[in-house]
Design a protein around this ligand. Structure first.
Ligand SMILES: C[S@@+](CC[C@H](N)C(=O)[O-])C[C@H]1O[C@@H](n2cnc3c(N)ncnc32)[C@H](O)[C@@H]1O
Length: 290
């Protein structure tokens, strides 16, 4: 008997059902993303070419991706890309997968800085570089520096920087918090963004497996209350910003808000504000240097 041939649509249906068994939130979408990636097609093309048969080699390669997804590996690591702001950033296990809530940092930064003026920006804990590079890509006159404690993450950020053609306006430095840009004779930075690790160490074991088993722990946890890096970062940001400069930083939620506001005011920030994410949860510190 001839072995069955599988069309794109049959494979999609089978995969969506297979992923749904593991109770993924969007099995159909995930199936489309994986199949489109595997065949080098767009998601629309999966539908316009719905009866295209898949050959054995294509099926084997695709089944391997589905197997890895069922084990919990994030889609972004399987496709090697994650959309953030206006770009599809290269991501792999060297960096945390960019999250939509971190786009709040980009929104705040863009609203603060004059698009027609030169501006010096620092992005602490840059990871893939998604926040820093999104900003520099939006604003031709801005120049920035990103820092990260992980050499692997910094290497990934360099690859994204090169892809976006931003090498000339973006420096990337290895080190803790903003240490690589300190000490400074004067405070030259107009704007500082940061998405530091902020999860308490004790919460690591209970995190969903797609985070715990795949994302770098250095990008997630930071001491007993999650504030170890933040405790160093807030005074460093105050030291590096010009008066009137803006610091925007993502953090975990309401349980950290009070401590973060206290750290900001002790460090010399004047106006401070907590911004909530789309879920109504405290998410971003917005602080202006007095
Ligand atoms: C939550 S991830 C954020 C990555 C990226 N900015 C984003 O928004 O997707 C935190 C990043 O901070 C880095 N990191 C951890 N501890 C650090 C420290 N003490 N100083 C600088 N970077 C640190 C990690 O390597 C990781 O890349």
């Amino acid at each position: 008997m001839e072995p069955k041939t599988w069309s794109l649509m049959e494979v999609l249906r089978w995969t969506a059902g297979h992923l749904a068994e593991r109770s993924f939130d969007s099995p159909r979408l995930e199936a489309e993303m994986l199949l489109a990636h595997s065949l080098g097609l767009s998601r629309i093309e999966l539908y316009t070419m719905h009866d295209r048969p898949m050959d054995r080699a294509e099926l084997d390669a695709f089944k391997e991706l589905v197997r890895r997804r069922r084990l919990g590996e994030p889609i972004a690591y399987l496709t090697g890309r994650r959309e953030f702001w206006n770009h599809r950033f290269k991501v792999d296990r060297r960096v945390m997968v960019p999250r939509p809530e971190s786009e709040m940092l980009v929104e705040q930064a863009l609203a603060f800085g004059d698009p027609d003026q030169e501006l010096l920006l620092a992005d602490a804990c840059t990871g893939s570089g998604c926040v820093l590079l999104s900003l520099l890509a939006e604003r031709e006159k801005w120049v920035g520096v990103g820092t990260d404690l992980s050499p692997e993450a910094l290497a990934a950020a360099r690859e994204n920087r090169a892809e976006l053609g931003l090498d000339k306006r973006c420096d990337l430095r290895l080190g803790d918090g903003l240490t690589p840009v300190l000490p400074l004779k004067k405070q030259p930075f107009d704007l500082i963004t940061a998405n530091p690790p902020y999860v308490p160490d004790g919460d690591w074991a209970a995190l969903p497996p797609d985070i715990r088993d795949f994302e770098p722990r250095i990008s997630v946890t930071s001491g007993a209350d999650g504030l170890d890096v933040i405790r160093r970062l807030i005074p460093q940001a105050a030291q590096a910003l010009r008066p009137g400069g803006l610091f925007v930083m993502e953090y975990s939620g309401p349980e950290q808000s009070q401590a973060i506001l206290a750290l900001a005011s002790a460090a010399g920030f004047g106006t401070t504000e907590i911004l909530k994410d789309v879920g109504g949860i405290d998410r971003v510190l917005r602080a202006l240097r007095a």
